[in-house]
Design a protein around this ligand. Structure first.
Ligand code: GCB
Length: 597
């Protein structure tokens, strides 16, 4: 009889965990709210055998009686920086995959008439959160934010917050068992205690109407506010001062025309101060306005065809061998992209932190953001699909007000199948449910050379469901040239714009060798490979953008070569130490030439 009750109980717990995970609603623009940072040194315990939860170490008990003892303590032990990955903080944790407990204390002076939320920018990969000895929430997915309401659970002094973080790779996870970047674990982004009035502005989406160059659409979602609450939207520089009333569900919407709008573009990344307020709450941030659409084979930005001079990078600072997490890190990554002459970044292969996204917008980069649907995803698994849907919603919710965001990427290198198609359709629907103004893209690696037709072709019918088709193709690296680059003509996704979303090859900075021997790992080989590919691009009639792989050498367990790789993917145009390789200059000249066209 015991077993069924136990079973029912654990099933209920499972459901509870699922409900916690599913109930993630995000407060828009947390950086613009009243926040208390919880960044800094946290206490930590490495829990290789997952014993911490069983032993309830989140209770942080201390011996009281003479016979008491506990085989753990968060005091005087390991200390880890938050935000950061654990891998870069201790040699013993470089390869660690498993559980680490993080804990800290904090005071939260009492606030009447306000609600409080714990906000985590990202925890990699899954976590459970405990406050003052109670489990209060859980999250899965290493690259998107989540919040847990803690109103009424806080003490004015000495709150004990513990986070059980686990980065074990599993087949049902996203990404799954193997991927070409480092499996960093930890509380990798900012942690904050967010305070809002009890009736507050939870969310807003303010953008230029899809097919209009002077109509701004605004949707505001209030929480805890009565129907009929007045919502004011101001854009002082455009003389906008509108008041609308919220309906029964707390939603208020408005559309209004503006005059003399200066639209955001890479050349002129104009942002406007936007204020949303009610009698109880007020949020302010900088928002830009632009149009993006496709027209036949063109990508049209603010009414003019654009060519995307893109680059990718991982959210990693190579010199530190760790995740990028600060504004200073964002400056480093984006400055190097600017120097290359780019007008776009493909944020590989997952949503990167908000410092990067916000700074990229200010610096005039269009952005492609994607979730890590990267080879090896279990498309037939319903929970994985639900997870992916939640992840993509978290990404779109967080960044929908960033006009720099041009593409929502739904997948990288997937093979056609019924379950794959259903999965990707679900992701597209999740994006469009929140935002129907961006272009939907996916990157494919299925382009092949058709010997009979003497053309490069691709057969995946799914491209019909996308706004823009992106192709990863490693000619001269993973694929030998079947004919000379000047004769390599493409007939792929005609009628739609095509982006080369990856190409390249590896070179060890400072290593010189023959330009026609791949295994020389030389800068000369990489440079010649770039020259050949750039020549081939002239034969892709619908080519509207290029994104070399990749800006910096990056850490990857895929890369074993003892002399040339040492755990690094060396396809960077810039070395792990920040030095530009020969191919960088070629790419820079290519982009500069396009600017003049
Ligand atoms: C790809 C993947 C990328 C890898 C790259 C490579 O096609 O999309 O994540 O890092 O190839 O270097 O092999």
């Amino acid at each position: 009889m015991k077993t069924p009750i136990k079973f029912i109980l654990s099933f209920a717990l499972l459901l509870l965990a699922a409900a916690d995970i599913a109930a993630q609603e995000l407060i828009t623009n947390v950086y613009g709210r009243d926040v208390q940072s919880l960044n800094g040194k946290w206490d930590a315990i490495v829990d290789l055998y997952d014993q911490g939860r069983k032993n309830k170490i989140y209770l942080n008990r201390r011996p009281e009686g003479k016979t008491d003892f506990y085989e753990y303590s968060f005091d005087n032990g390991l200390r880890l920086d938050v935000p950061s990955d654990w891998n870069c903080q201790m040699p013993e944790l470089k390869y660690y995959e498993g559980t680490v407990w993080y804990a800290r204390r904090f005071d939260a002076p009492e606030q009447t008439g306000r609600r409080q939320f714990l906000y985590f920018g990202a925890v990699s990969y899954r976590c459970r959160v405990y406050l003052n000895g109670e489990e209060i929430g859980a999250h899965e997915g290493g690259f998107t934010p989540f919040e847990i309401e803690v109103t009424g659970r806080l003490r004015p002094e000495g709150n004990f917050l513990a986070v059980e973080v686990n980065n074990t790779r599993t087949t049902d996870a996203i990404p799954a068992m193997a991927f070409d970047w480092w499996n960093y674990g930890g509380i990798t982004r900012d942690v904050m205690l967010v305070s809002v009035p009890d009736a507050f502005i939870r969310d807003y989406f303010i953008r230029l109407g899809k097919d209009s160059d002077d109509r701004i659409d605004a949707d505001v979602q209030l929480a805890g506010a009565a129907a009929g609450t007045a919502v004011r939207i101001e854009i002082p520089e455009l003389n906008v001062d509108r008041t609308v009333t919220a309906g029964a569900t707390g939603t208020a919407s408005a559309s209004f025309r503006v005059r003399r709008l200066q639209r955001w573009s890479p050349a002129d990344p104009k942002l406007y101060r936007v204020i949303v307020s009610t009698d109880r709450d007020r949020v302010e941030e900088s928002i830009g306005f632009r149009n993006i659409r496709t027209e036949g084979e063109e990508i049209v930005l603010n009414g003019s065809p654009v060519f995307l001079k893109s680059i990718s990078f991982h959210e990693e600072i190579p010199q530190r061998m760790g995740r990028a997490h600060s504004e200073a890190d964002a400056v480093m990554l984006l400055s190097e992209a600017k120097a290359l002459g780019c007008n776009m970044i493909r944020l590989a292969h997952y949503p990167q932190n908000e410092h990067i996204v916000r700074l990229a917008e200010k610096m005039g980069f269009l952005l492609w953001e994607e979730i890590p649907i990267w080879q090896g995803i279990d498309f037939a698994n319903d929970p994985t699909r639900e997870k992916a849907g939640r992840m993509i919603r978290e990404m779109v919710t967080r960044d929908k007000n960033r006009c720099a965001l041009t593409f929502w990427g739904v997948a990288n290198e997937t093979q056609p199948s019924g379950p794959r198609n259903a999965f990707l359709r679900h992701l597209i629907a999740c994006c469009r449910e929140i935002d129907d103004t961006r272009l939907i893209v996916a990157a494919f690696d299925l382009v092949r050379f058709d010997r009979q037709r003497q053309l490069f072709v691709m057969d995946d019918p799914f491209i019909g469901e996308l706004d823009v088709v992106a192709i990863n193709k490693y000619m001269g690296w993973y694929h030998p040239w079947p004919l000379t680059p000047d004769k390599a003509v493409w007939d792929v996704a005609r009628g739609k714009p095509l982006i080369i979303s990856e190409f390249g090859g590896e070179a060890l900075y400072g290593q010189h060798g023959p330009a026609d021997v791949a295994s020389s790992w030389s800068e000369e080989y990489q440079e010649a490979l770039y020259r050949d590919n750039l020549r081939m691009f002239e034969n892709i009639p619908n080519l509207r953008g290029v994104s070399p792989w990749i800006l910096f050498d990056f850490r990857s367990p895929f890369r074993f070569h003892p002399a040339n790789q040492e755990g690094w993917n060396r396809k960077g145009l810039v070395s792990d130490q920040g030095y530009r390789k020969k191919a960088w200059y070629l790419m820079k000249a290519y982009y500069d030439k396009i600017k003049r066209r």
